[in-house]
Write a protein that binds this ligand. Structure first.
Ligand SMILES: [Zn+2]
Length: 202
């Protein structure tokens, strides 16, 4: 049977930690309920001023930079489908942009994930469980932005390791395989987290 993170939630003492989310701007801790980061004063609304206008619809694969061809898209879709068999709560979005290196990629992603209109049949609940991987073609940087329901499951450090797994194929120009490597590393990390929080039988 597939693990159900939402069910696990109730059993877990990790949930107390889950209330401590991290700031998308400085990665400092934000305790539950605070709307402003205590370290850098970031608030989600700041991104509205940084990225004026309306974001494009957040399609499952939003390839503004033309990095994925038809075969890559197929690979990514298959990897997502297999991931969802194991962890059906999680939804994935992959965006490739071509932005100047000075654009803060994590904040651009945060803005996209939080302000882009839902793409039917996507629901608000699905969006909360969505993890966005955003890539900047101009400098090869990548950032991961998890929705608030998905965020407690993998730490910032965990995501950094997961991103590392896609570095090699991305560098080789294998942009499809890079995403597959990313998803496979994310699944391994979640399997481990799931085992850690599962109530032990005594
Ligand atoms: Zn901050």
């Amino acid at each position: 049977m597939s693990p159900q993170p939402e069910t696990a939630r109730r059993h877990s003492s990790r949930r107390t930690k889950a209330a401590h989310l991290s700031c998308p701007a400085c990665h400092g801790a934000i305790t539950g309920g605070a709307s402003r980061c205590p370290s850098c004063q970031f608030t989600g609304a700041d991104t509205m001023g940084m990225f004026p206008g309306n974001p494009p619809p957040l399609l499952p694969i939003l390839d503004v930079a033309n990095v994925w061809n038809v075969a890559d898209v197929k690979l990514i879709e298959n990897a997502c489908a297999s991931f969802r068999k194991r962890f059906p709560q999680f939804h994935w979005r992959f965006a490739a942009v071509d932005q100047p290196p000075t654009v803060p990629l994590n904040l651009l992603g945060f803005w996209l994930l939080n302000t882009a209109t839902l793409v039917p049949p996507e629901t608000q609940h699905d969006r909360a469980w969505t993890v966005l991987l955003i890539l900047n073609r101009s400098n090869g940087n990548a950032a991961v932005i998890p929705g608030y329901a998905a965020e407690p499951w993998i730490t910032d450090l965990g995501w950094r390791d997961i991103l590392r797994s896609m570095r090699e194929p991305w560098r080789m120009g294998d942009s499809g395989k890079a995403v597959v490597a990313f998803l496979s590393a994310a699944q391994k990390t979640l399997e481990r987290e799931w085992k850690n929080i599962r109530p032990t039988k005594s």
